[in-house]
Design a protein around this ligand. Structure first.
Ligand code: HSE
Length: 428
């Protein structure tokens, strides 16, 4: 019988405890599937005494994750502590330096330090894998890295933050404003300790940066991404968009354009009838497009104990099977620095204005758009009782640059009674 694959697990929160449970309950299943027994040598977490609903008595305890990561009886260091720096990075580096394979769920650490960690792993002949870092239980990394390896990837899209999708769908279903639903999400425990990571689009941006690196063979470059969160989405926009057959989603898009790699995470309108438009509650969806495969859609739980632990185990079991894939799907030294392009792909836009209700106001706005070469597709002025007129415009395709120039020019018209809202309509 082949030697067991011995794990050292650092971080025993929801996901860590979930991994321990799967190793305990599915031991025979995993052995029969891989031909190798998976065991746990030692664990580490902040508090030794906390009851995690899982029996840890068979495993050694280490207070220091770096010590855990370098133990002789650990083959795979499983990093589930989180945080882009600090103990997670120190222990990951120590494990790699000791020649251990590493499995991590840490999107922030990889989005910021992914290139240097991948290079370090490669130099040591170690594997660094991260299925659980992107969209929880959805096998997005494996699909992109392995299943679609024969494709040129034309676009990667997705809803990658369940909390934001919960907030947006709940606002729509209950007709509630953002602040009320944010409070509900907080009470349900959906929000990260720093909620900006969720509602500011950062958590989802980390995930998209990792997918883009695999899709386009580029060095992970979170800093180049255009990120906008959902904090400014109003119930009015959600209702108006719904009335025109759209849903608002925090959508990540990565695509290689003639001018470079475009990566953006922002609220977008998508058709209500599309798979993305129909995505409800805290569910995630990853849409991958390749020149041969066409479009594939992966949908499932993006967080939570079972789904995320399932993804951690998929990497562990690959290692048990002897499947050793480069971190970003090709040797780290061959990943090129991305030439980033800011929103070059044209799209239609949804615009909402509060106009001063006086003769010629609408004409002035229409003129500015026309002068910027932006053509109007649909327009509607809807009911109001005060002195500002709410106006919706859907444009034909234009670039974000042209639109921003037009919005800036509108400032000087004297007919805006508030800041305009501009949301991209994504063709999905
Ligand atoms: N907070 C994330 C979400 C899960 O709401 O999807 C971890 O990335």
């Amino acid at each position: 019988m082949t030697k067991p694959l011995r794990l050292g697990i650092a971080g025993l929160g929801t996901v860590g405890a979930g991994v321990v449970k799967i190793v305990q309950t599915h031991a025979d299943l995993m052995t029969s599937r891989t031909g190798r027994t998976v065991t746990i040598s030692a664990v580490s977490a902040r508090s030794k005494s906390r009851d995690r609903g899982v029996d840890l008595t068979a495993y050694d305890w280490e207070d220091d994750p770096v010590t855990l990561a370098t133990r002789d009886d650990v083959d795979v260091f499983v990093e589930l502590m989180g945080g882009e720096d600090g103990p997670a990075k120190a222990a990951t580096e120590a494990a790699i330096a000791a020649g251990k394979d590493v499995v991590t769920a840490n999107k922030a650490m990889l989005a910021i330090h992914g290139q240097e960690l991948a290079e370090a792993a490669e130099a040591q002949g170690a594997c660094l894998r991260f299925e659980a870092a992107v969209a929880g239980g959805i096998p997005a990394i494996k699909a992109l890295t392995e299943s679609l390896a024969g494709n040129e990837i034309t676009r990667v899209m997705g809803v990658m933050n369940g909390t934001c999708n919960y907030i947006l769908t709940r606002m729509q279903d209950a007709g509630l404003d953002y602040q009320t639903v944010f409070g509900e999400a907080e009470a349900l425990g959906y929000l990260e300790a720093d909620p900006t990571l969720d509602v500011g689009g950062i958590d989802a941006g980390h995930k998209l940066a990792l997918l883009a690196a695999i899709a386009y063979g580029t060095q992970v470059d979170f800093g180049a991404m255009a990120i906008e969160g959902i904090e400014r989405i109003s119930i009015e926009d959600i209702e108006q968009a719904a009335d025109m057959g759209y849903r608002i989603k925090l959508l990540g898009v990565a695509q290689m354009t003639g001018r470079g790699l475009e990566t953006r995470m922002s609220p977008c309108l998508v058709p209500a009838t599309s798979p993305l438009g129909q995505l409800e509650n805290a569910t995630n969806m990853i849409v991958l497009e390749g020149d041969s495969v066409g479009q594939i859609v992966l949908r499932g739980a993006g967080a939570g104990e079972g789904p995320t632990a399932s993804a951690v185990l998929s990497d562990v079991l690959d290692l048990a099977r002897g499947i050793r894939v480069s971190t970003f799907g090709r040797p780290a030294g061959e990943l090129v620095a991305a030439r980033s392009a800011v929103s070059t792909a044209p799209a239609p836009f949804y615009l909402r204005f509060a106009l001063v209700d006086k003769p010629g106001a609408l004409a002035k706005i229409a003129t500015v758009l026309g002068d910027a070469g932006i053509s109007i597709d649909r327009m509607r002025q809807y009911g109001h009782e005060d002195t500002t007129a709410p106006v919706l415009i859907v444009t034909h395709k234009t670039t974000r640059t042209a639109l921003d120039e037009a919005l800036a020019a509108m400032d000087g018209t004297g007919v805006l009674a508030g800041a305009p809202v501009a949301i991209r309509i994504e063709e999905v």
